[in-house]
Design a binder for this molecule. Structure first.
Ligand code: SF4
Ligand code: F3S
Ligand code: FES
Length: 245
């Protein structure tokens, strides 16, 4: 789409507003009209709506660059990072935005992914477990670069929650650790500093709220903005843990 065409277009936003802490608030879509500008992202559009049309509209952004994971939303039915989504992706100019289900609603488009991720981190014991006595004066053992890459690759998760909100299992089962949780387990499983065995991981996630709850629906990987190999890692973990007696 050319810049001149982009600049002349009117966008119609339909945004779900609701404040669960206000007794008088009722969930409902509110329409806003805005002129599109070149290179406009949903981040820019929502900020313009808030500054010119509705100061009460709530949504979250921090980095505006697809790094912090704060701006996950359901945009025309698809879970996306709003700061990485261009308004020009919507040829008819109609954009509906809803908050991500599966997370506690704070207000309008703002949801509490932080609480979910914190609970998940505790649930999967997201820290290095080691049998060795640590002496901080000793230099850490060197890790093979290929091995380190495997760990760092999975550390690229930005905790945006798109894999959780797009997974029907996670929507139905609130205790399911989801792809983000299983990715975290795979990250520690790959880390040579962590001495947990497959038996230990089985104790942790060898149930229907963990690895055996995943029904291979694949929406997690399809929607992950960091393109993490979630399917491959979930299948690998399942194969490992299914063989634990
Ligand atoms: Fe987001 Fe991907 Fe991490 Fe899920 S695995 S929280 S979709 S970055
Ligand atoms: Fe859900 Fe992904 Fe499994 S969408 S069911 S976690 S493959
Ligand atoms: Fe940080 Fe979108 S604002 S990922």
């Amino acid at each position: 789409m050319s810049d001149s065409k982009t600049e002349s277009r009117e966008l119609i936003f339909s945004i779900l507003k609701y404040n669960p802490r206000d007794f008088d608030s009722k969930p409902g879509f509110v329409e806003y009209k805005l002129m599109e500008t070149a290179g406009m992202t949903l981040f820019i559009a929502l900020n313009q709506i808030r500054s010119t049309l509705d100061a009460d509209l709530s949504f979250d952004f921090v980095c505006r660059a697809g790094i912090c994971g704060s701006c996950g939303m359901i945009i025309n039915g698809k879970p996306l990072l709003a700061c990485r989504t261009l308004t020009s992706s919507y040829p008819d100019g109609k954009i509906q935005i809803m908050p991500m289900p599966a997370f506690e609603l704070i207000k309008d488009l703002s949801v509490n992914t932080g609480k979910w991720m914190n609970d998940m981190s505790k649930r999967v014991e997201s820290w290095i477990h080691s049998n060795e006595e640590k002496d901080i004066r000793t230099i850490e053992e060197r890790v093979d670069p290929d091995q380190a890459d495997k760990t760092f690759e999975l550390d690229r998760c930005i905790e945006c929650g798109l894999c959780i909100t797009s997974c029907s299992t996670a929507l139905m089962r609130h205790d399911f650790v989801g792809a983000a949780g299983l990715n975290r387990v795979a990250r520690f499983h790959a880390d040579p500093h962590d001495t947990r065995t497959d038996e230990d991981y089985y104790e942790l996630v060898g149930d229907d709220d963990g690895i055996f709850g995943c029904m291979s629906l694949m929406a997690c990987e399809d929607n992950c903005p960091k393109h993490l190999p979630l399917q491959e890692k979930i299948s690998y973990l399942r194969r490992k843990l299914v063989s634990v007696k």
